[in-house]
Write a protein that binds this ligand. Structure first.
Ligand code: SF4
Length: 222
């Protein structure tokens, strides 16, 4: 019956993706000129990556992490144990807190989606989480950190692994999902110009490698 179960999950995920791809809530509410939701992944993915919002390149290609930031992120994930970018794209369900390109902000970088846009998009992310039930969630960038681990500076997040209640993980993981915060890979972020923060990223990728090695082991899901 495993095959039947997995094809039912695949069909449910396809329906969810169709719903999300047809969404125009932020256009209807006047926040965006057009909606072009971006996501990718498979029903059997155990790892979920949640970014902030897609950029212009992702909007054009309708695939997550396609631009320069995406290249950097893929390099990080290969350092954490994935064999290649293709391996990442097959094994990691990729989505974001808001799923449409928010446009440029006044400073020239991508605009940070407003609280209201995050709220409008939240039901999509909730449904994705409920369906995928990831064992590991990679949190990339400020909005993703805020949703799952609010009110903590980046240097208290990167390099640590947290349980679903936001407690730092000590020792061997016993519950799921595990939360792994990463900085945003965009060159616009100056956080990685500090060598102490580069060490935190190294630590985060080492810890992620250990987590990825054990995600097949039986654990409680919280
Ligand atoms: S950002 Fe989310 S809620 Fe807003 S239009 Fe895109 S998919 Fe819909």
């Amino acid at each position: 019956m495993v095959g039947t179960h997995s094809s039912a999950r695949t069909a449910t995920l396809s329906r969810l993706h169709r719903d999300i791809l047809a969404c125009t809530r932020c256009v209807d509410a006047g926040y965006l000129p057009r909606a072009a939701p971006v996501l990718s992944g498979f029903a059997d993915n155990r790892i979920m990556l949640i970014g902030q919002a897609p950029g212009m390149v992702e909007e054009t290609r309708r695939l997550p992490f396609q631009g320069r930031s995406g290249k950097t992120l893929m390099r990080w994930l290969v350092r954490a144990g994935f064999s290649s970018e293709a391996d990442v794209r097959r094994r990691v369900y990729m989505t974001s807190v808001t799923k449409c390109f928010p446009g440029k902000g006044p400073g020239g970088g991508d605009r940070r989606p407003s609280r209201r846009e995050v709220d409008l998009c939240r039901p999509h992310l909730d449904r994705q989480l409920a369906l995928i039930r990831p064992h590991v969630i990679l949190l990339v960038g400020g909005l993703a950190h805020e949703r799952f681990l609010p009110g903590r500076p980046l240097d208290q997040l990167v390099g640590r692994i947290f349980d679903a209640k936001g407690h730092p993980l000590l020792g061997t993981p016993t519950t799921r999902p595990l939360l792994v915060p990463l900085p945003h890979p965009s060159g616009a972020s100056r956080w990685l110009n500090d060598s102490a923060n580069v060490k935190l990223l190294d630590r985060a990728l080492r810890r992620l490698r250990s987590v990825l090695a054990v995600i097949d082991a039986p654990m409680a899901v919280t």
